[in-house]
Design a protein around this ligand. Structure first.
Ligand code: AMP
Length: 175
């Protein structure tokens, strides 16, 4: 089963990128050819008949998962990037982190009101990044079908930040 494979492959790295953070390292999952295929299918399968036109990935590990999921669904890929990375005109959402603030940007023409979007990232922690991503996609009027992450850190209650947006996690820690 995919969940137990993920639990055995995901590596805890203490104090990365700063003291006190237990980082969930997904690179052993990405490096396993069979599990990589299985997780892309597990993310795409519930959305196969949902009319998804775009899959949006959050920089940067979200890109790795969102692009093959977009291909599996016959949808386009939309990058949601850290400030200053996208070359064309952007919309921007600021959000607060545990310490300080950050922002995400999206090209103004990346989605439109006809789009039905699946949002994908590797990890949801406090949910601040995911909530900003959802706001960005809503601004041009896109419909968001749901969000899928590989890992949910449930003790940080990121799900509550999503205002009812359906969230699916392939593996959950701390619930
Ligand atoms: P948050 O906005 O707190 O939900 O943080 C989500 C973003 O930070 C995701 O894009 C994750 O890639 C990254 N992240 C946060 N906490 C962790 C963690 N413990 N392990 C790995 N990535 C994390």
């Amino acid at each position: 089963m995919i969940e137990s494979k993920l639990r055995s492959l995901i590596r805890d790295v203490p104090d990365f990128p700063e003291p006190g953070v237990l980082f969930k390292d997904i690179t052993p999952v990405l490096g396993d050819a069979q599990v990589l295929t299985e997780i892309i299918e597990a993310i795409a399968d519930p959305y196969r008949d949902q009319g998804i036109t775009k899959v949006a990935g959050i920089e940067s590990r979200g890109f790795i998962l969102a692009t093959p999921v977009a291909m599996a669904l016959g949808a386009g890929f939309v990058p949601l990037r850290k400030p200053g990375k996208l070359p064309y005109e952007v919309v921007r959402e600021e959000y607060s982190l545990e310490y300080g603030a950050d922002a995400l940007e999206m090209h103004v023409d990346a989605v439109d009101p006809d789009d039905r979007v699946l949002l994908v990232d590797d990890v949801i922690a406090t949910g601040g990044t995911a909530a900003a991503a959802a706001k960005l996609l809503h601004r041009p009027g896109a419909d968001i079908a749901g969000m899928i992450v590989m890992v949910e850190l449930a003790f940080l209650n990121g799900r509550a930040a999503l205002n009812g947006l359906p969230l699916t996690a392939l593996v959950t820690y701390g619930d």
